[in-house]
Design a protein around this ligand. Structure first.
Ligand SMILES: [Fe+2]
Length: 548
């Protein structure tokens, strides 16, 4: 049967604690377990007289007659015959499980009075048990006896003690239940905390999903655990993928097929579902993967993103509602992560697309510099990687290279595209473009760290550049990286006034100008690079220029 995520606790069993036994013995009274059919058994050590009374047919018959009265209220004392009194303490095991109108079992206490040996029933009990009446009377006188009034008070005291003991026992059970619940909650929180730490938008989705599934697999221990995502272009690399972890041999194609079949079987599932027997799913191939399944939908507002499956706990227990809750929390967090990743990817693609469009518009002002910004960006990033800068920094260097000449938008086209030599005034206008570019991007929060590459890419290592004349390390690293890439591309591509230089000549020029125009360390690293990616980009831009 498919089951909801609810569990029923077993009813607690009423028992007497060792403490009750110890106190009863200290008080010299006998604890009894009674049944509604008249059966009685002494639970504490007792003498021959007490054994004979409890085993007698007289006692059994009297119990049957008095059963309703005895069970009416704990602490009630019933005198079965002169000197033999019984008081109920509390219902015995079984009452809570079946809820009969009258308890079928009782714990009780036997209280003997001094008048016992004078009664005719005492004669009958001795006869039935084969006891010598005189010796039995002498033994009974030695036992603890209490008067009718004392019996009443003693019974009430013992009954209250048992009630307190029962409450203590029940609260102990509740405490144990709470402890288990707390342990489950701790596991859940611990897993979700670990997951939250790893849910970084910039980590690859496959890594995040696999790490999360491995954590979950360790906590619950499924025979196999799978996370299957739908085909959706917004999911990029993980679109249509199934991440599967398992113990033992499984055919990956079989698992993929089963995951697909399960996803198609439950397209409208909105909450976790536990399937106790694979036969209930009635899908070919599913039974070979397990018997007890957990199916958790991963949904967005506009539809299903994927499904998480777990099958058969390794410890042999059935998958519980606690397991389902934990998996649901994890699947929910992963769904939010994937949604955020898709939004981030959209925004990042739009940002990059906008930058490319902007730089293409600038480069288009001069057909001879077509693709220049993209090539400078590529070279600057390659150089940053060559000198060992981190991935994030290299990406920012690339973006800074893309926009390094954005200030040319403020330079008249007639000056920018002039085929002959520039006058001093015209060159003065050209020299404004780093500052204009920096002014354009400085106020865009997402681009402010790109400013140094834009503002300082025409500075020279010996201080002979513009716009500030800074030298050596005073020139920010982005400016030194992009300045070198910019000069290399200018020498390597056709210009209005000359043809492109050969690679070995350009590299020789870079080496010659190390320490004057270029940072010597960067220049040394630059000439070691593989320029194949740059050559491919040059050819691509050439094809685009001819096609335009
Ligand atoms: Fe420039």
């Amino acid at each position: 049967m498919s089951q909801p995520a609810v569990q029923l606790a077993s009813p607690p069993e009423a028992t007497l604690s060792p403490e009750v036994f110890r106190r009863a013995e200290a008080l010299g009274v006998t604890l009894l377990r009674l049944r509604d059919g008249g059966e009685a058994r002494a639970l504490t050590a007792s003498g021959r007289v007490v054994e004979a009374i409890v085993a007698s047919s007289l006692f059994s018959g009297a119990l049957r007659r008095e059963w309703s009265s005895l069970t009416a209220a704990p602490g009630t004392v019933r005198e079965l015959w002169p000197g033999v009194r019984v008081a109920s303490l509390r219902p015995g095991p079984g009452r809570l499980a079946v809820h009969p109108p009258v308890p079928k079992k009782l714990y009780a206490v036997l209280l003997l009075g001094p008048e016992l040996t004078e009664s005719e029933q005492f004669h009958g009990v001795c006869g039935e048990a084969g006891l010598d009446r005189g010796a039995a009377a002498a033994e009974a006188q030695g036992d603890s006896t209490v008067s009718a009034g004392e019996a009443h008070r003693l019974a009430l005291t013992l009954s209250w003690m048992c009630e307190d003991d029962g409450n203590l026992h029940r609260r102990g059970g509740e405490l144990q239940g709470l402890s288990l619940e707390l342990a489950d909650t701790y596991e859940e929180l611990s897993l979700l905390y670990k997951l939250a730490s790893s849910l970084r938008v910039k980590a690859s989705p496959e890594t995040v999903l696999r790490d999360a599934c491995e954590e979950l697999h360790q906590v619950i221990g499924f025979r196999w655990l799978a996370l299957s995502l739908v085909n959706d272009p917004r999911l990029n690399d993980v679109s249509g993928q199934t991440i599967c972890l398992h113990v033992g041999d499984f055919d990956p194609d079989e698992m993929d097929a089963a995951a697909d079949a399960l996803m198609q079987r439950y397209p409208d599932l909105h909450s976790p579902m536990i399937v106790d027997r694979a036969g209930e799913i009635a899908l070919p191939g599913v039974e070979s993967l397990g018997q007890n399944f957990l199916i958790i939908p991963m949904r967005l507002d506009d539809g299903v993103l994927g499904v998480m499956f777990g099958a058969d706990r390794l410890d042999g227990d059935l998958i519980s509602s606690v397991d389902a809750k934990l998996c649901e929390s994890l699947a929910g967090s992963l769904t939010i992560y994937l949604e955020n990743h898709m939004l981030y990817d959209d925004a990042h693609s739009m940002f990059l697309g906008t930058l490319h469009a902007l730089t293409a518009a600038i480069d288009a002002k001069d057909s001879y510099t077509h693709g220049h910004s993209e090539r400078v960006a590529l070279l600057a990033r390659m150089l940053a990687e060559q000198v060992g800068l981190g991935h994030q920094v290299c990406e920012r260097v690339y973006l800074s290279g893309l926009v390094h000449d954005v200030g040319k938008i403020g330079v008249p086209e007639a000056v920018l595209c002039k085929p002959g030599r520039l006058t001093a005034d015209e060159f003065g206008l050209i020299k404004l473009h780093p500052q204009i570019g920096a002014n354009i991007i400085r106020d865009i929060r997402q681009m402010e760290d790109l400013v140094p590459g834009v503002l300082y890419h025409h500075e020279k290592y010996d201080g002979g550049g513009y716009p500030t004349g800074r030298a050596a390390e005073e020139i920010p690293l982005f400016g030194r990286l992009i300045g070198l890439a910019d000069a290399f591309d200018a020498m390597s591509s056709d210009r209005t006034y000359r043809k492109a230089m050969k690679l070995e000549d350009v590299l020789a020029e870079v080496t010659r100008c190390a320490g004057t125009q270029f940072d010597p360390e960067l220049a040394a690293a630059f000439v070691q690079m593989d320029f194949a990616p740059f050559d491919r980009l040059i050819r691509k831009h050439e094809r685009m220029r001819r096609a335009a």
